[in-house]
Design a protein around this ligand. Sequence first.
Ligand code: 1HN
Length: 343
Amino acid sequence: MNEHRAAYYELIARRQMAPLWESLHNLVPPQPKPQAKAAIWQYAQIRDLVMQAGAVISAEEAVRRVLVLENPGLPGKSSITPSLYAGLQLILPGEIAPSHRHTQSALRFIIEGRGAWTAVNGERTTMRPGDFIITPSWTWHDHGNPSAEDGGEPVVWLDGLDIPLVASLDAGFAESFPEATQPVTRPEGYSFARFGHNMAPVRERVSDPTSPIFSYPYERSREALDKLYRHGDLDAWDGVKLRYVNPMTGGWPMPTMATFMQYLPAGFQGRTSRSTDATVYCVVEGHGTAHIGDAEFSFSKHDVFVAPSWQPVRLSALAESVLFSYSDRPVLAALNLLREERI
Ligand code: 1HN
């Protein structure tokens, strides 16, 4: 850079100004240039480390005992994509993760272990592998696990939150509940009885952008995918792919995160697609290969992998596979920024 310019840049910097012409091409790229990278966390390589966290700190002291899955392209940002957070949470038999609430929305996708429960708005639900559970913005939530004698096992789940999005908007609020657990005011299954059977309470009005169902059991999703596959509903890009819905609106379960489950038959070789929503995948069953941009990952049961915005994605399955995924699609769609291409 010539001296005259450099001196000028220093002068304007002192007045909190900067020359747009130096950064214009980066600010308005011809197409998305994600800083986030395609990445995979292979469960077989990290499971031990997740379990070791149980000896490093108690759930009580940690408040949430979670290993954050940090995108290698976004170091230090506690983010798996620019808008989304992912982490693996461990709760041991006899532990409680104390009640709190925050404006960030959360989802849980149960990976392994039985017995633990989570409570949302006065109702507890048992967590089972493959279940998708939501903790909507500003709802009290606590998690617990019965003692080993009462059938509690170490339970691990994937947490998905919109933390980076909320941070970028400076809209984060949080508070603790005065006690470790919130009072249970409704029996398990109450919300599902009201909204989970293609029926709804007759005088219920839609006032909330958030689903009144907070647990979506794996059994039901798996059965649906199986039936559709056997009927021949196989898409060349997605296999058999369903999205989770808010039964009151038909929209997404929460305003900031979309969630999906898809089935890929053994031998499936998907075609390539890309979209501006960045997606986090969690393998529920099976194994196969994910091509994301220039990266090629072998995925197996319980692995987590991420596809950044606009990177071409191609999925193949060596064995019958099921993938759960979540993305920031509702945000992009609401802002008219969702673009998709099937290649
Ligand atoms: C949170 O509340 C949970 O409730 C998990 O289990 C992970 C990460 C950041 C902020 C809040 C939970 C979280 C979190």
